[in-house]
Ligand binder design. Structure first.
Ligand SMILES: [Zn+2]
Length: 385
């Protein structure tokens, strides 16, 4: 992919092309912005353009030997790093990186694609860069001489996954970068990076992709227009998530379960809530975050309906009758408190805590808010213990 073909990030692609044309290449760039906004696509395109033998207007020519190798993931001076769990083997890591080369917008990392064989093998194991991984995939290759490229380029996906010791090993490299070494760090959580790393990177900000852009991209990938329109709204600006939803026939079933969770929180007895929580917690941390995102979408829709706002903004447009009934049956519902509760739960789920407990707590908090009780958001401490 060329910089020119990056989806919906014209400002970024223009700025990267200008950088390349000027020849003033920094040692480290930090691509930051929401998940699924195209950071990996841009980083791979930038890496490829850096190596191109005959760049055109700061972009890849797409024809030289270097471009062709880079496009296939075979360029010896482009190293892509992806954080994985400790027990992931080298072959799987390689296959995941290859997926990104094939289509940098599709899910390939262990969070958005927990298993490669389609099994639901989601795990709660930590996905990190250990010190050993940093040494093996970054320090060593970036210390060798360039093989054939113009630069040695390292693309570090989810750079926030470098925990302290890994980050310190990396920092040494950043402090004394070899000549013509370029590090491209990617993250959607810039606040998780060490300040010492941040200060050494030139920052490139990505915005969430607009719904119509995602809709178009989904249709280009063969999605039905109506489906594309709905998933684009549900995707929260993440093309990767939208692509994952198109290929996941279960997404509507998941949303039904989320709606059911909301309903049962209100009317249900303890037992039915617990069995729903068991179901929702099954796909692991990332799956739960996705479900909470769907829940947020539903609550925001309810807020629009409650305030008799513009229904064009409703995401779950196919459920508008159900949601309208819901909104009129619960005139006292504190939707603002409910949204806040879900957002808090998402933060809690990000941490290493009991996901089931967090969902049970959320259910109680939602029930109170739906009755208009002023219980407020249940404090985090109660969940994290
Ligand atoms: Zn080229």
């Amino acid at each position: 992919m060329a910089l020119e073909s990056i989806i919906g990030q014209e400002r970024v692609s223009k700025s990267l092309k200008r950088t390349l044309s000027s020849g003033r290449i920094a040692h480290a760039y930090l691509f930051h912005g929401p998940e699924g906004s195209g950071k990996a696509a841009a980083a791979l395109a930038f890496a490829r353009a850096l190596q191109c033998e005959h760049p055109v207007d700061g972009d890849t020519c797409g024809r030289c030997a270097s471009c062709s190798k880079a496009a296939r993931g075979m360029h010896p001076d482009i190293h892509v790093l992806m954080p994985v769990t400790k027990d992931t083997d080298e072959e799987e890591r390689g296959r995941r990186i290859q997926l990104l080369y094939e289509d940098p917008y599709q899910p390939a990392d262990m969070q958005s694609l927990p298993s490669l064989d389609g099994s639901s093998g989601a795990s709660n194991k930590q996905i990190i860069y250990s010190r050993g991984q940093v040494q093996k995939w970054l320090q060593r290759p970036m210390s060798f001489h360039r093989v054939e490229g113009q630069y040695r380029v390292a693309v570090i996906l989810a750079a926030d996954k470098m925990r302290e010791e890994g980050a310190n090993a990396f920092l040494k490299l950043l402090e004394e970068p070899g000549k013509r070494s370029v590090f491209l760090l990617l993250t959607h959580r810039i606040d998780h990076l060490l300040p010492t790393i941040l200060s050494r990177c030139q920052q490139i900000r990505f915005d969430a992709l607009e719904s119509p852009v995602i809709e178009r991209a989904l249709m280009d990938r063969g999605a039905e227009p109506a489906m594309a329109a709905m998933l684009a709204r549900m995707s929260g600006g993440s093309l990767r998530r939208a692509i994952a939803m198109v290929s996941d026939e279960d997404v509507m079933a998941v949303r039904d379960a989320v709606l059911q969770f909301l309903r049962q929180s209100y009317v249900g007895k303890g037992d039915s809530v617990v069995s729903l929580v068991d179901r929702l917690a099954r796909p692991g941390r990332e799956g739960v975050k996705f479900q909470l995102d769907l829940l947020l979408g539903i609550l925001r829709d309810l807020l629009i309906l409650q305030q008799a706002g513009n229904t064009d903004l409703v995401v779950n447009i196919d459920q508008i009758d159900t949601l309208s009934k819901f909104a009129s049956n619960l005139p006292h519902a504190r939707l603002d408190v409910m949204i806040e509760s879900v957002e808090q739960t998402m933060m809690v789920v990000e941490r290493n805590i009991n996901v089931r407990l967090a969902l049970v707590t959320l259910s109680r908090s939602l029930a109170a808010a739906m009755r208009g009780e002023q219980a407020g958001v249940i404090p985090l401490e109660l969940v994290t213990g």
